[in-house]
Design a protein around this ligand. Structure first.
Ligand SMILES: Cc1cc2nc3c(=O)[nH]c(=O)nc-3n(C[C@H](O)[C@H](O)[C@H](O)COP(=O)(O)O)c2cc1C
Length: 231
């Protein structure tokens, strides 16, 4: 079974990661999962999922409770310091590495080859083996440091895919927004999927169930008078 490494870091956006795991398993892929310490904290905060601290078994009860038995069966969970994990070596043949969500801290360390944990090492291996590496940052606004680190990674062949969903598919729920980003990650991985709506090339697409036009909202633009701007 083809395996994809998914690193969860301390950035916001763990809903993207959960959707991605489910979509990868639905597409017949195995997932090598590893969360940083900060990643586990934000995962607990955002999704209420408590992954036990390392060292832990590869399929703890918490993983099965979170994802369900069927999905968890295709997922192997590793401790952050598990340098012996397959993804630590280029010979293991992990096909691609996705860091989602990706903190600016992890992104910075990956950009300079500072492999201080399994997540960073897996990304380092993907770069040296010229395999697919996708980083999904959520941070905004971005400092010059953040931008320079991202530019360095893109120049090395990585894909920086910000968690920035579009609105042209007329999302009607948070799930639609999440799917838009996850669909792009799957496209970049070259994995066939039906996650998220695809652009049809029509500016007024036919109404589709679940993709509704948002209700008209009054303009938020400030009113301008001779005296100046008033709200
Ligand atoms: C609720 C929460 C949300 C956070 N969101 C972000 C974020 O979106 N991007 C980011 O770079 N850091 C974010 N942070 C800060 C990181 O967790 C922090 O920099 C951490 O050291 C990153 O560690 P890691 O790279 O080892 O996962 C957030 C922290 C918390 C508690």
């Amino acid at each position: 079974m083809e395996r994809i490494f998914l690193g969860l870091t301390g950035a916001s956006g763990h809903l993207y990661a959960e959707r991605l795991v489910r979509a990868l398993v639905a597409a017949g892929r195995g997932v090598e999962l590893c969360a940083t310490g900060a990643g586990r904290k934000v995962l607990r905060h955002e999704l209420g999922v408590e992954l036990p601290p390392p060292p832990f078994e590869s399929r703890p009860r918490a993983l099965r409770a979170w994802l369900g038995d069927e999905v968890a069966e295709a997922v192997r969970l590793y401790a952050e310091d598990a340098v012996e994990a397959p993804a630590s070596s280029g010979t293991a043949g992990v096909r691609a590495v996705v860091l989602c969500p990706c903190s600016m801290g992890t992104l910075a360390r990956v950009s300079v080859g500072f492999s201080s944990n399994l997540v960073e090492r897996a990304a380092d291996v993907a770069l040296k083996e010229r395999r697919c590496l996708i980083l999904v940052p959520r941070e905004t606004p971005l400092s010059a440091i953040h931008l320079e680190n991202q530019l360095r990674l893109v120049r090395m062949g990585a894909v920086v895919l910000p968690a920035a969903p579009g609105f042209y598919h007329r999302p009607s729920s948070v799930a639609d927004l999440v799917d838009h980003v996850v669909g792009k990650i799957l496209d970049t991985l070259g994995i066939e999927h039906d996650v998220g709506a695809r652009w049809t090339g029509e500016l007024e697409p036919p109404h589709e169930a679940g993709i509704e036009r948002p209700a008209a909202t009054p303009s938020a633009a400030p009113e301008t008078t001779k005296e100046g701007v008033k709200r």
